[in-house]
Ligand binder design. Structure first.
Ligand SMILES: Nc1ncnc2c1ncn2[C@@H]1O[C@H](COP(=O)(O)OP(=O)(O)OP(=O)(O)O)[C@@H](O)[C@H]1O
Length: 285
């Protein structure tokens, strides 16, 4: 389990400030608009960045006290690659694999072969997508309990996306692994995710399973008159068009006794992550 306890980090004019728990055995999609703090949060979780206050606790272990225990459990795949760019993938495997108790060189080379990446040329001679493939293959070959992916699939071609999803499913099949991935592709969370963590300006807006998300946030369509009659606190924001109005509601805050008669005039459907982001950030602006 990953616990983020009262974590604070000043990032320019913004402060990342949150507490949350990420359970084991699930895939958690991390979403938020550009600059909301996704990469910074993942860097704090993986120990690449230190918090100003608070801490990250992984399986009861803490950075600075139990680094070895943490690093044997966690692997990060990100654009800012952690491998040596001047060395080939094979050399990186030989150099850095030994720091990971679970690293398997044969599995690493097999995956590179499967992904059609040459293991013998320097990483800086590879394309962006190929670099990410090397990182992904390396991370998977350490058999991490926690696999952290920072927008991994943005540069993957459709064929590799399929292989990537298969590999994630394989890793997750024993129920003991956890994947956290930041993405801007909301359909990827719908497809892969069990949990959703939505952040905005360094703060947690929603953390929970996708079913709870769809129960909590609903999109209402109908006449503005009826939308305006519902509990004000439950309304995230609305968009008025010529013929109908769309509005996002937090159903936990709706007062059913008072609102039901107006709700009957509106059509409600579970929010998609994309709709939620649109209506949430529209109001927050
Ligand atoms: N070391 C740092 N010092 C100062 N500011 C920082 C630092 N790292 C990040 N920031 C700022 O913090 C904010 C969040 O950055 P971050 O990269 O975490 O966002 P993000 O959600 O991953 O964005 P994107 O979706 O564009 O990748 C940005 O405004 C960034 O400029």
């Amino acid at each position: 389990m990953i616990e983020i306890r009262d974590l604070k980090k000043k990032l320019g004019s913004m402060e990342l400030n949150m507490s949350l728990t990420i359970p084991e055995g699930y895939i958690c999609g991390l979403i938020g608009r550009n600059g909301s703090g996704k990469t910074s949060l993942l860097n704090l979780i993986t120990g690449l960045m230190s918090p100003d206050e608070g801490k990250v606790v992984i399986d009861g272990l803490e950075y600075d006290k139990d680094n070895k225990g943490i690093y044997s459990r966690i692997a990060l795949v990100s654009e800012d690659g952690l491998l040596d760019e001047l060395c080939s993938a094979r050399e990186n495997g030989l150099l850095y694999g030994r720091y990971y108790t679970g690293f398997n060189m044969t599995s690493f080379l097999c995956l590179l072969n499967k992904y059609r990446v040459n293991p013998n040329i320097a990483i800086d001679k590879l394309s962006r997508g190929e670099k990410l493939k090397v990182q992904f293959a390396f991370a998977i070959s350490t058999r991490p309990k926690y696999l952290i992916l920072d927008e991994p699939s943005a540069n993957f071609d459709p064929e590799f996306k399929k292989a990537f999803h298969e590999e994630i499913n394989k890793l997750m099949s024993d129920g003991k692994h956890t994947v956290i991935f930041a993405t801007h592709i909301t359909s990827e969370i719908d497809r892969l995710g069990d949990y959703l963590l939505f952040i905005h300006e360094g703060k947690k807006v929603f953390m929970g399973d996708l079913e709870s998300f769809r129960d909590k946030y609903k999109l209402a369509v109908g006449e503005e008159f009826y939308i305006d009659r519902l509990t004000k606190e439950a309304l995230l924001s609305k968009e008025v068009n010529n013929y109908s109005t769309r509005a996002m509601f937090d159903m936990d805050l709706i007062n059913i006794d008072l609102d039901e008669r107006y709700m009957n005039h509106l059509e409600f459907s579970p929010a998609t992550i994309e709709d939620f982001m649109y209506f949430y950030t529209k109001e927050a602006n």
